[in-house]
Design a protein around this ligand. Sequence first.
Ligand SMILES: [Mn+2]
Length: 541
Amino acid sequence: MQRLLADRADLEERVNLLDPEAVSHAAQLAVTECGQWPAVRDVLLRARDQKRPTLIYGDYDVDGVVATFMLHRWLRAHEVPGNVFLPSRMVHGYGLNREVLGQAIEHGYRTLIAVDCGTANLAELEYATGAGLDLAVLDHHEPKSTLPPVPVLNAHLESSLPPYCSAGLVGAVLDVMRTESGEAAEADEAELMALATIADVVPLVPQNWALAHHGLRALPETANLGLAELIKVASLHGLTRLTARQASFNLVPRLNAVGRMQSPRLMFDLLAAEDEQDARERALQHDRLNDERRQTADQVTRAALLQSTNHGDAAGLVLYGADWHIGVLGIAAARVAEQLGRPAVVLADAPHADGLLSGSARSAAGHNVVAAFEHCAGVLESFGGHALAAGVKLEFGQLEAFRSCFASAIREGQTPGQEPAPALASVSIGEFTEQFEGDVWSLAPFGLGHAAPRCLLTGCRVERASYMGRDKTHLNLLVSDGQRQIRIAGFNQSHLLHQLSPGQPVLPAVEILPDNWNNRCSIMLRLLGLKDHAAPGSNQQ
Ligand SMILES: [Mn+2]
């Protein structure tokens, strides 16, 4: 295992962070070193100690809701009066909404903390400060060129902060506050932060990786009643360990579905559930809305892909359907971008904003979609987000202008050069010992910024090869070294089937991932490709 990850400069740091104390220490250091920390801390202390009516203004996805929930619960524990506001993408759009801020002031709130939003809302923050609100922003979205006029913690503005999701950031802030006052942490925060970290697909730099790692470990035994019921509804109960794949494919979509199809408040209420029966009903409701979301997302994706054929070879796609469900535009954009290998923006009519189109963008091939939006700022009403995922609003009349502007911005945009693929180390089946499997689990999860180990599997022959999956799109390959068999999953690789016959020697390039099949912490091999035995040098490293 050490050999497979020999080129990782940060391996030692990750091994150190296997100790939760070290994670907490690093988090506290990251926060207290921020230039803006004293000012943010003052806002929190004033809210806590003066019991100022406080509104947490969050966001509608897992990260936004989890961050809001954690901060609100801390204030509640200190008997600070207040509430949360979780915007609906359909009604309130992207970021802080001026009308909502006005209502908050009317209702007598004296402190407002924006989490997972706010960095780019300069005018709204200005307005709320002018109206006498005490404000702070805890966010990780990209700032505009002008700094916000209120205390803000954001990794884009503070070099000491790792690229935490907002829940990770709130967790680190609470860690500092609690350490100062000698409070104990809440029992479920590790798993909440892990879900948000995985849901937001933030880079798995050591500190984010550690949040995901420890939280995944804690998840099966979570003290959070809502999460425990959600795990049952997703048929993941009884497993002693969960993989990041299970979290991101089975738990995150069920959580996100409610904010997309109905209201993010439902997710907040699930996390806050205080009795089992209530938690159970809420988890089932999440499941139903997730089914609805899935069907709707399939429909919109099909329609968007069909429309994309009208725009031939545009480097970046802008697709629009007046009645496409606004809650699944991000999912459709992600699928279109993935299938076509090009950044995609998927737009629909914004239901409560007259004449405006609203949509989501997802990147492909390393492009920065927010940078492309900046390039098109002249034809856009508003936009915000990250390099890989962003949201946008524009007038219907600007659609064609935006379409060509986005395509040319992507075409001219900097594409990071493809790094040469590193030579793969050779590994034989016999090396996959229990110790090896344990090492894979210790270094999981893998993902962006912390790629799973890869190797060439030498000395094996095909035992059996078959289709896998409903649509026969996947390949199920069983290989053997004569003593032991091992299964290799080839996702979307069923076209290789005709090259494989029993007894034939093969040289599969594979990625090694943790697997908990039959509730045993083992590994699974994901097929990257088949190397040619005949090619000179390809089978000897
Ligand atoms: Mn976020």
